[in-house]
Write a protein that binds this ligand. Structure first.
Ligand SMILES: [Zn+2]
Ligand SMILES: [Zn+2]
Length: 477
């Protein structure tokens, strides 16, 4: 967070120098997401803007809770927005799961109110969609976590669309995309909040509650994802970013009410999440998976599709059906198309291709940078993979995935394998994380939390250092 603060402060001071300290472009960062009262927000907006629409919507739109009294305020908040809002439950709330290829982007429209959860990657799909929908202002932008397939597309949107509030997790990332995103945020007029579980934000006479992240520290960036539950009358939607089983378990353990009619399936349908326990806790009637057709990560996973189907959940998929629009009148939810409940799983590149890529890519130089660039765990060269991915029939999907997962969990360099001692101990004393570039004692608690696909057995400490792995600060291997 230090680095993030310095960065923002530097940008801010440069900007203030050039702008002669004018009010325009003023950046507010609410590090603790310390809630504001409606009154203070109203005063502030009234003094800083002449735009009627903005000031009215701002004062109505946001209410956050005092952390110390979240339980009490959760109930009272729905009542507290009052005058500007039409108490009209007839108004339809629309949730657009935008087809942004590989990534997430969800536009929520409710009368004059607009909200965006993630913006997909930088290919402008989200931006173009917002243009088509005539969206010229957003009350909320939620940047669930700093991976490129979630924040890449937000950069241009933050630069060009009036945004009232941005909510983003308290985590930094060293990618160029994230730096650019922070710059766009710093130069926008939006207020910036960090997520606190149980904080409630008003969205017209609907509202949403922050559900995750529950903890402050995670091994994997995906688990920093903001998850939130949107309530509209009797209907509810649960948005989960890329959370994995660890975050899901924390949410369940924290005894929050996460039951929802519609579940945005976490992490593009990867088997890293959407556990049976989580599905049981949410008990959705509908599930939406956002991913690209023929993506190189093998999303969605067959096991996830199977679990959803076993629970009689209707499945909608952007890879097969394009943008999905769910519409709620506060009592029931309808979709713009029929569900696609087939067990058509994503396929991973074949073993042969992965081997070629592993040898061609200088992963050892900076394992972390590569995962940052791709935004996911598997290292890929898209063009190569696309031309060589085998189309696998349903019955062989599971077998293919099993093979490729084994292949993708090899250490990030081929030399690591060849340099390992000939007589290896049965259990490696160290475990590397191919996603974060850190290594741990095999007994470190972080190892249990790691994705099996990212675990790299390491037999010699020097090897780990030579391969670019950084020692874990917890277990000091
Ligand atoms: Zn993602
Ligand atoms: Zn991610």
């Amino acid at each position: 967070m230090k680095k993030y603060n310095k960065f923002i402060l530097l940008l801010l001071s440069i900007f203030l120098i050039f702008s002669g300290c004018s009010n325009r472009g003023r950046l507010e960062i609410k590090e603790s997401s310390k809630p504001k009262t409606i009154e203070s927000v109203s005063e502030e907006t009234a003094s800083e803007t002449t735009s009627e629409v903005t000031s009215e919507k701002t004062s109505a739109a946001r209410t956050t809770t005092e952390k110390s009294s979240t339980e009490k305020s959760k109930k009272s908040l729905a009542v507290s927005t009052t005058k500007e809002i039409k108490q009209d439950h007839q108004e339809r709330l629309e949730v657009h799961f935008i087809d942004v290829g590989q990534g997430d982007s969800i536009l929520i429209k409710y009368g004059d109110y607009n909200m965006l959860i993630d913006g997909g990657s930088q290919d402008r799909s989200c931006y173009n969609y917002l243009q088509d929908q005539n969206i010229d202002s957003l009350d909320y932008v939620i940047a669930t976590h700093p991976h490129e397939d979630h924040i890449g597309g937000l950069i241009e949107i933050v630069e060009s669309i009036e945004i009232d509030t941005i909510i983003m997790p308290n985590v930094t990332h060293t990618s160029e995309t994230f730096d650019n995103f922070l710059t766009s945020v710093a130069f926008s007029r939006a207020k910036v909040f960090q997520p606190n579980v149980n904080d409630v934000y008003n969205f017209g006479d609907a509202s949403f509650t922050i559900v995750a992240p529950v903890s402050d520290f995670y091994e994997d960036l995906n688990n920093y994802s903001i998850a939130l539950k949107l309530n509209h009358g009797d209907n509810s939607f649960l948005f989960t970013g890329d959370i994995e089983a660890i975050s899901e378990l924390e949410i369940i353990s924290s005894n929050q009410d996460i039951s929802a009619d519609v579940l945005k399936v976490a992490h593009h349908g990867s088997d890293t999440g959407t556990t049976d326990q989580f599905i049981t806790a949410v008990t959705p009637s509908y599930a939406v998976i956002s991913c690209a057709q023929d993506n190189s990560y093998g999303y969605p996973d067959l096991k996830v599709l199977q679990r959803l189907r076993d629970n009689n959940i209707d499945i909608y998929r952007t890879d097969l059906q394009g943008s999905i629009i769910a519409s709620s009148d506060g009592k029931s939810i309808s979709f713009n198309q029929k569900p696609n409940n087939g067990l058509i799983a994503g396929t991973l590149p074949t073993t042969e291709v992965l081997q070629t890529i592993t040898t061609q890519t200088p992963i050892s130089a900076a394992p972390q940078n590569i995962s940052e660039t791709t935004g996911e765990q598997t290292v890929t060269i898209e063009a190569t993979i696309k031309s060589t991915v085998e189309s696998t029939v349903e019955s062989t999907v599971e077998q293919t995935i099993a093979q490729t997962v084994t292949q993708s969990s090899v250490p990030p360099t081929t030399t690591l394998v060849t340099e390992a001692p000939i007589i290896q101990p049965a259990v490696a004393p160290y475990i590397g994380n191919s996603n974060t570039g850190k290594f741990h004692h095999s007994s470190c608690s972080s190892v249990d939390q790691m994705n099996p696909g990212n675990k790299v057995p390491i037999y010699d400490r020097n090897d780990a250092i030579n391969q670019g792995y950084v020692p874990c600060k917890r277990c000091n291997p």
